[in-house]
Design a protein around this ligand. Structure first.
Ligand code: GLC
Length: 742
């Protein structure tokens, strides 16, 4: 096939010594306008849908366009057989045989699922996060995928927005490190290898700030938040060499980001020097019309092309409008050339011109999926992602000789929800359940489902069934709790209760779960709440009354094994919250790196920044997480003699009886600046492992990278003045010091 390919075409690939840029330019000269526009067109495959399928979307038209070379990429086509079929169609039947890119949302694994990204963020372990993305790339590339629409790097402070499960939480510094780790994991060191895939940092930009947490809603944020919070992980992804960026559905300060020239051309491509390409989100170019930003599809295509959206996902705007727009002079052909050049460059870098079937390897497809090494890594990642929120009276870990353990809650026996909502190509019902995991540790487990809380057949196209009110199962569960020594209440969200199109205004335990917990607690005080959820929940009653709470998110394929290991003390939980847990929805948006305000503290009257019905503090703060052991911080030293490299040192001691990992966190506060700065900003973290009674010095270095910020003119500045420092175990507690920058 490959010989035939070379024999038939004079695609400038033969001159191996030519640079990719030269090859791309030579190829562009051979291409018609229609073919260049074709590279800017992406269709959804005929096997899966992750967005509203347009009425006119049909296979026949897509096949026609594929044969004409009017398609640059397909999404949601997987499996070597399917990919090879479409690649062959294009390579052998279109005039120039330019290979397709095959993209999919490989968000946290393909077949083997690691924890959802928000859970992985809770590990604060960049090496583990990178490995998780690497494994996802190994499996995805084995089924023909050479491009993933990940990492999603949207910072968000609003748990009402269902997609917080997909990102790295509320903090730009942690988000920046996670973005780098994921890009590196997906793209590896050599994009031309058949086990590395192009990554895609998304959604550029601001999607995580949708008003009132409502999905696809408007975003209106100030320049300080845009420049110092929202853009930070995107810039990190670009600096890490991410090959593609996806824009988004939202308006940002009055301009839909898909049509935002300043964002995509001035900042991304010019100021940051991004040399990859921008793909629209699903039909977001066509959606410029309902946004009221374009009269019709033609103007939508014109605006988006000028604004720097290089590829059109599924709106057909480019493939139906752009040729005419160029011919009538409304769009300069140089813009089409630039977009096509960017897209073709990525295809060359992926090695697709050397071998269009590079990712169609039946042997790899047989061997790579669900490998035991992948599941072992997914288990390790899951263990690192678990956060211990409360452990009064050392109820945990469960004593091995605990005579009678009750396990209650439908989620304990649910092998689907732990996969989360972005499982796409993984096998439904393939997760290890909590119950299965527990039974490997103890023979004294008795299970009661309690009231049903979900319709198990719910899938990603459904609205989640309204919280069921049928109480059957409640009395049996309470009876079991009454006669048990310890009760594990496994409660939380259905796997499709968070994720895209899953915004919610109530964040308490859905349905009858709180009532079930309260009835159980009436008859047995030894209750452990095991949370399975895709976002922060409001848990005031639970936090006040339940002695032990373990946040286990949606931990993917190995969920039950990781949770059981933590509950029985095979591992010591080490996760830290990447996102604040509010006391109630009224506090949202709530986040640790807020500004001081002019009335930050308790005045002798009511005229200060507060609510009259709830305290300002969250239920659980950013960076919080307990351990089965305890850690003491001492001897904070700050050396600012080298003003270009402030050294901060602290000693941590494991003062308990368990070996354990601690995420040592460094926060700064730039006390006075030309724009107000947050009362705290994470600017360093290190995850260390300490044996009981052992101590370790940890050192941080603060340079202008950490001390500077973007002003409202988007200039990066470092200003003299006093900086407060806090080094501690969360954003709310640690040792304090300060230094002056001259
Ligand atoms: C979806 C999401 C985006 C995803 C794309 C393709 O609507 O917004 O994150 O990559 O469509 O599935």
């Amino acid at each position: 096939m490959i010989l035939l390919y070379f024999a038939m075409y004079s695609i400038p690939n033969m001159a191996q010594n030519n640079s990719i840029a030269q090859k791309v330019d030579s190829l562009l000269q051979l291409m018609t306008l229609e073919e260049k526009v074709g590279q800017m067109n992406q269709y959804n495959g005929f096997w899966d849908v992750t967005g509203p399928v347009p009425e006119n979307g049909n296979a026949a038209m897509k096949y026609e366009h594929l044969k004409k070379g009017w398609v640059g990429s397909m999404l949601n086509v997987t499996g070597v057989k399917n990919v090879r079929k479409l690649q062959q169609l294009v390579v052998e039947e279109s005039r120039l045989g330019i290979p397709l890119l095959f993209g999919q949302d490989v968000i946290h694994g393909y077949k083997t699922l690691s924890p959802i990204p928000l859970a992985e963020a809770a590990s604060w372990d960049m090496a583990a996060i990178e490995m998780s993305a690497r494994i996802a790339a190994e499996e995805a590339s084995a089924v023909g995928i050479n491009w993933t629409f990940a990492p999603m790097v949207d910072i968000s402070r609003d748990a009402r927005w269902g997609r917080v499960m997909e990102g790295g939480g509320e903090d730009p510094y942690l988000g920046m490190h996670i973005a780098r780790a994921r890009v590196k994991g997906f793209q590896g060191d050599d994009l031309s290898k058949n086990n590395t895939i192009a990554a895609c940092a998304k959604h550029f930009a601001g999607y995580g700030f949708v008003e009132s947490g409502k999905e696809y809603n408007t975003v209106d944020i100030g320049t300080s938040t845009l420049y110092n919070t929202v853009l930070t992980p995107f810039k990190a992804a670009v600096d890490a060499g991410v090959k593609t960026i996806m824009n988004g559905f939202n308006v940002l300060n009055g301009v839909p980001v898909t049509g935002d020239f300043r964002l995509q051309r001035e900042i991304l491509k010019e100021k940051w020097g991004f040399d990859g390409f921008v793909i629209s989100d699903w039909a977001s170019i066509g959606e410029l019309v309902p946004h009221g930003f374009a009269e019709d599809l033609a103007q939508a295509a014109e605006i988006a092309a000028k604004a720097g959206s290089d590829m059109d996902m599924e709106s057909s705007a480019y493939v139906t409008q752009l040729v005419e727009l160029v011919k009538t002079g409304r769009v300069n052909e140089s813009l089409v050339d630039d977009a096509a050049r960017r897209i073709l460059t990525v295809k060359y870098e992926l090695g697709l011109f050397d071998d269009p079937y590079r990712y169609c390897n039946e042997k790899r497809e047989k061997e790579e999926l669900n490998r035991k090494e992948h599941h072992a890594a997914a288990l390790e990642m899951a263990k690192k992602s678990i956060v211990l929120l409360k452990n009064e009276g050392h109820l945990l870990p469960i004593k091995k000789d605990q005579p009678k353990i009750a396990v209650i809650g439908e989620l304990a026996n649910d092998n689907n929800s732990p996969l989360g909502s972005w499982r796409l190509s993984s096998d439904n019902n393939s997760a290890v359940t909590v119950l299965e995991g527990l039974k490997k540790f103890s023979g004294n487990i008795t299970y009661a489902r309690g009231p049903k809380i979900f319709d198990p057949n719910t899938n990603f196209l459904d609205e989640i069934s309204p919280n069921l009110t049928d109480e059957s199962g409640l009395s049996e569960a309470v009876a079991l709790a009454k006669t048990s020594d310890i009760v594990l209440m496994v409660l939380g969200e259905h796997g499709f209760q968070s994720g895209e199109a899953r915004s919610r205004t109530k964040l308490g335990l859905p349905g009858l779960q709180l009532k079930l917990l309260q009835e159980v607690y009436k008859v047995n005080k030894n209750v452990v709440l095991v949370l399975l959820n895709g976002r922060p929940l409001t848990l005031e009653w639970e936090a006040k009354n339940i002695p032990a709470i373990l946040e286990t998110w949606q931990l993917g394929s190995q969920a039950g094994n990781a949770i059981a290991a933590a509950l029985f003390g095979e591992i010591n939980p080490s996760g830290k919250l990447p996102m604040t847990f509010p006391r109630n929805v009224g506090q949202i948006p709530i986040y640790y790196n807020h500004f001081s305000t002019g009335r930050p503290t308790l005045e002798p009257n009511v005229f200060w920044s507060h609510y009259s019905d709830v305290q300002n503090e969250p239920l659980f703060p950013f960076g919080f997480g307990l351990s089965y052991t305890t850690f003491a911080y001492s001897d904070l030293q700050i050396d600012s003699s080298d003003q270009n490299n402030i050294k901060v040192e602290v000693t941590i001691t494991n003062t308990g009886d368990w070996a354990g990992e601690e995420v040592v966190q460094l926060y700064i506060h730039d006390k006075v600046a030309s724009i107000v700065r947050p009362v705290k900003e994470l600017k360093g973290f290190q995850k260390i492992n300490l044996a009981p009674k052992a101590s370790q010095k940890v050192e941080f270095h603060l340079t202008e990278k950490e001390l500077g910020f973007y002003n409202n003119a988007y200039e990066f500045v470092v200003e003299p003045g006093t900086f407060d420092i806090m080094v501690g175990t969360s954003s709310q507690s640690g040792l304090h010091g300060s230094f002056t920058l001259n």
